[in-house]
Structures are given as structure tokens and as C-alpha cells.
Ligand binder design. Structure first.
Ligand SMILES: *Cc1c(COP(=O)(O)O)cnc(C)c1O
Length: 401
């Protein structure tokens, strides 16, 4: 008989979203008349925009012609990599430092394979689940202690520290996952905070895995949209980004990573060379149709559509933020991010989740599902149709005590 991978058996997660779905189902069965609205998921809801759609269609048609056909594209269309460098990084990266992928989550899994199980792992707490769960799957997380994994350093990000962690707790030589604008808190790191993060990584010989999946939601010109706004970051950080949230490619699948040539292991070897190696070994490149859509989103018409699409979700976020603020609930996020992280001090987040479901027929996400420091918080997502958001905000008034 085949033995089960013991790292899989060590995985405690996979609990949050199924549990939410189960509670929603049970509530719907008991209250068939309730029209439940979800502010719980991080999935886009609005259709693809016209110019981007035209880019996808044109490429699909080209592939059906002798002259336009192409097969494997390895690390991605050179024109797309060049355009990403121009649009997001002022042209400062060579295309050999930009890798096109099928999405940021998939890149995180492959980075975990590349770095292996020997390095300490540090995450913000709460955090996007794949940083921890993917580390568990490759045997990098250590044993479960009832509250977290022994091999992972959890850095609490709470109202008390302004949602930015105490960096003195980071072990030397650690892989440090950092997400800004943050999922789930919606907090955005300032330039000074990122300067401190980069200085810490250099001093302690860490590599930062910077998840910028929500960078296009940043409107405040003072807030950095990339870790490479801090010049020394090229020596200590990988950046991940994605077309999922800015242009609704959650189902189309397209993302990219930046691995600067300056980035080295302790041994002095090149991380970029290994990432090329991994890409060719267990990944065969992103869909050429998706890449054509991504390229269309980065020309002037596409960028206008991207802006309008993110503006739409930001307006949703503003409505939700206003609705909960009017109830006297404090929160972070919702301004340069599609998430609002609402604080219910001293309360069990699953209890608050049930309360909101029962009183308002609105599904949210309990903060505790994102890590121990998420207890006492609820995540509201701004991904939804406008009419649903408006209706949900109206119903939230039932929480008034
Ligand atoms: C949605 C999301 C991503 C994007 O993942 P894709 O695989 O590109 O769809 C990455 N990081 C965070 C924090 C996210 O919320």
C-alpha cells in the first residue's frame, strides 16, 4: 500500500472556508427565505473589461492560424515582461529578472519547493493561508502545537502595533512572507516601515517574499506599490504580483514574480538562476492567451480599464467601511485595499461571524481563520456587485446595539 505523505497529515488547515460554507448552508436550510449576501470571499465578481477581452479573443484566433501559432513560451512573452518592467518598476528590471506565471499562489508553492525545508519561516499573523500551509506541505513548518507550527515564527499584526510587526522577533536567515496591501487586514505598509523591513532583512540575512497582489488598489501616492521603492530591496527581496485582482483574472490565471540578479543565497549563489531552473523543471509557462490579455491590460486603454475596475471595488470598500464606522466599530483597511478588518475586542470571531449571519444574513470571514492574532476580528471583502454591497450595508445596521 502507498503511504500518505506525512507532511500532508501535518496540515491543520483547509478548515476555514469549508467551515464557513457549512455554517452558511446550515443557516440557509433553517431559513430558506433568507437572501444571503457574501462579503466573505476574496474572489472577483465583475466581468472582464472590453479591451482586455478583445486581447484574449484576438490571441485565441491567432493561435488558430499557421502564422500566429505558438507553443511553449518558457518564462513568458518578452514583450509582456518588458511592459511589466516599464509599467510597475520604471523599467529598472531586465526581462531575465521577470517571470510570468499562472498566478501568485502557484508561484508561492514553487518558491517553497525552491527554498526547501531547511530555512526558518516567518509570517505576519494573521496572514494569507498559503504561506503557512505551503510550508507545511514541504516539511518546513515543524510540528503543530495546538496554536501554530513550531518551525514558523508568527509576527502578530494587531491594532496595538498598528498592524506592522515587531521585526526584532525575526530569526536570522529566515524566509519572511510579507503582504502589502495586506490580506486579510487591508493595512498598507508605509515607506518607512518597508525601509525597516529591508534593513532588518539585510542585517539578519533574510529573504523577503513580498506579496503585492493588491498593489493596484493603492491610491495614496505616499504609499509604496512595490518593495523595490526601497533601493536595497534588490539584494533581499522577491516580489510576487498577479493580474487576478486588478483585472479579474482569478479564473483566467496570470501573475509574475521579480527575482533580481543581485539576490544571493548565503553561499553566494544566484537565486535568479535557481528560479529559472525551477520554472523550467516543474512549470511550463503561463497560457499564451492569458498573457495576451495581460499585455492588453498594460496599454493605455487597458490601464484605464484596470483603474476603473479597482476604483469600483474601492468604492464598495468605502461603503462597507462607512457602514461599520457608523455602528461604532473600529477597523483598518478599506482605503487602499479591498479588505476591511473590523475589530470586535474581546469577542470570539466565530461568534461575531454567526451573529452577523443570523442578524443580517451576511457572510463574512472570521479573523481567527487567518492565524491566532486574527481572534477578535472579522474580514469584510469589497468584492461584490454594487447592489449586494449596498443591501448588505443596510442590513448591517441590525448590529446596532
Ligand atoms: C488573491 C491573492 C493572490 C493572487 O493569487 P493568484 O494565484 O495570482 O490568483 C496572491 N496573494 C494574496 C494575498 C491574495 O489575496
Amino acid at each position: 500500500m502507498v503511504k500518505r505523505n506525512s507532511d500532508l497529515a501535518n496540515l491543520k488547515a483547509g478548515y476555514l472556508f469549508p467551515e464557513i460554507a457549512k455554517r452558511r448552508r446550515e443557516f440557509a436550510q433553517a431559513h430558506p427565505e433568507a437572501n444571503i449576501i457574501s462579503l466573505g470571499i476574496g474572489n472577483t465578481t465583475e466581468p472582464l473589461t472590453p479591451h482586455v477581452t478583445a486581447g484574449l479573443v484576438a490571441e485565441a484566433q491567432r493561435l488558430g492560424t499557421e502564422a500566429g501559432y505558438s507553443g511553449y513560451q518558457d518564462e513568458g512573452l518578452p514583450t509582456l515582461r518588458e511592459r511589466i518592467s516599464e509599467v510597475f518598476y520604471d523599467g529598472k528590471f531586465d526581462i531575465s529578472e521577470i517571470f510570468i506565471s499562472d498566478g501568485a499562489k502557484c508561484d508561492i508553492g514553487r518558491l517553497q519547493v525552491m527554498f526547501g525545508s531547511e530555512n526558518p519561516v516567518t509570517v505576519q499573523d494573521p496572514s494569507y493561508p498559503v504561506y503557512v500551509d505551503g510550508s507545511v506541505l514541504i516539511g518546513a513548518a515543524g510540528g503543530w502545537n495546538g496554536n501554530g507550527y513550531n518551525g514558523i515564527t508568527y509576527l502578530p499584526c494587531t491594532a496595538e502595533n498598528g498592524y506592522f510587526p515587531d521585526l526584532s522577533k525575526v530569526p536570522a536567515g529566515s524566509l519572511v512572507y510579507f503582504c502589502s496591501p495586506n490580506n486579510p487586514t487591508g493595512a498598507v505598509a508605509t515607506r518607512e516601515q518597508l525601509e525597516n523591513l529591508v534593513a532588518m532583512a539585510i542585517e539578519k540575512g533574510c529573504i523577503i517574499i513580498y506579496d503585492a497582489a493588491y498593489s493596484e488598489f493603492i491610491r495614496d501616492p505616499e504609499l509604496p506599490k512595490t518593495i523595490y521603492d526601497i533601493p536595497d530591496a534588490v539584494t533581499c527581496a522577491i516580489e510576487l504580483n498577479s493580474f487576478s485582482k486588478p483585472i479579474g483574472f482569478t479564473g483566467v490565471r496570470l501573475g509574475w514574480s521579480v527575482v533580481p540578479k543581485e539576490l544571493q543565497y548565503q553561499s553566494g549563489e544566484s537565486v535568479n538562476a535557481d528560479w529559472h531552473r525551477i520554472s523550467g523543471t516543474i512549470f511550463n509557462g503561463a497560457s499564451n492567451v492569458a498573457q495576451a490579455g495581460g499585455l492588453a491590460s498594460l496599454d493605455p486603454d487597458g490601464l484605464r480599464e484596470m483603474r476603473a475596475g479597482t476604483d469600483f471595488y474601492l468604492e464598495n470598500a468605502k461603503l462597507i467601511k462607512r457602514a461599520i464606522t457608523d455602528l461604532g466599530i473600529t477597523s483598518v483597511g478599506g482605503e487602499n485595499s479591498p479588505y476591511i478588518w473590523a475589530h470586535f475586542p474581546g469577542r470570539d470571531s466565530w461568534q461575531v461571524f454567526s451573529d452577523i449571519l443570523e442578524k443580517c444574513h451576511v457572510v463574512t470571514t472570521p479573523g481567527a481563520g487567518f492565524g491566532p492574532a486574527g481572534e477578535g476580528y472579522i474580514r469584510f471583502s469589497a468584492f461584490g456587485h454594487r447592489a449586494d454591497i449596498v443591501e448588505a450595508c443596510e442590513r448591517l445596521k441590525a448590529l446596532q446595539v
